[in-house]
Design a protein around this ligand. Sequence first.
Ligand SMILES: [Zn+2]
Length: 176
Amino acid sequence: MNRFQNQRVTETVFTVEPLVDVMVFVVDTNVLIHGRGSFPFDKAYLVPEVLQEVKSEAAENMIENVDYDLVEPSEDSIRKVEEKSESLNSPTSQTDEKLLALAIDKGGTLLTDDKALQNLALHMQAEFKGFIDDPLEKRFEWVIVCKNCGNRFSGSSCSMCGSSASKRKQVRYNSR
Ligand SMILES: [Zn+2]
């Protein structure tokens, strides 16, 4: 008897691995402006506002050789990011928040040195990388305090001194 006769042929499932691990990078304005044309990505995903910011800084030449796609993030991701931002009193801009929403949509990595934006990404459990600086590891939030006496602010004026001038104060995040 042939030794192969009773051997069950098992089907092998082959998965096709991409030759190059293509990472999706969503990139903020400052990285594009200060990158000096040397970037750790082949292609960047941007929200349209980033391109406008690059143009308004007259830094178009910085991205002449950058391969990029302009993409609008989903309403759903924008809303989730905005809600988190509000709960943290985050000083991130609308453009920043759209970039994070896009990174979430794409399952990509957000490339930014903006600490507030990195912080928001940490809170959203989104991937991010620093470009020049080491990325943030600890989470923060901001409280609104009186500019005059430092008392915690709620409403339109300070309950201690009556001042209506407030400012954000960065504090370590205590998970609730
Ligand atoms: Zn006060």
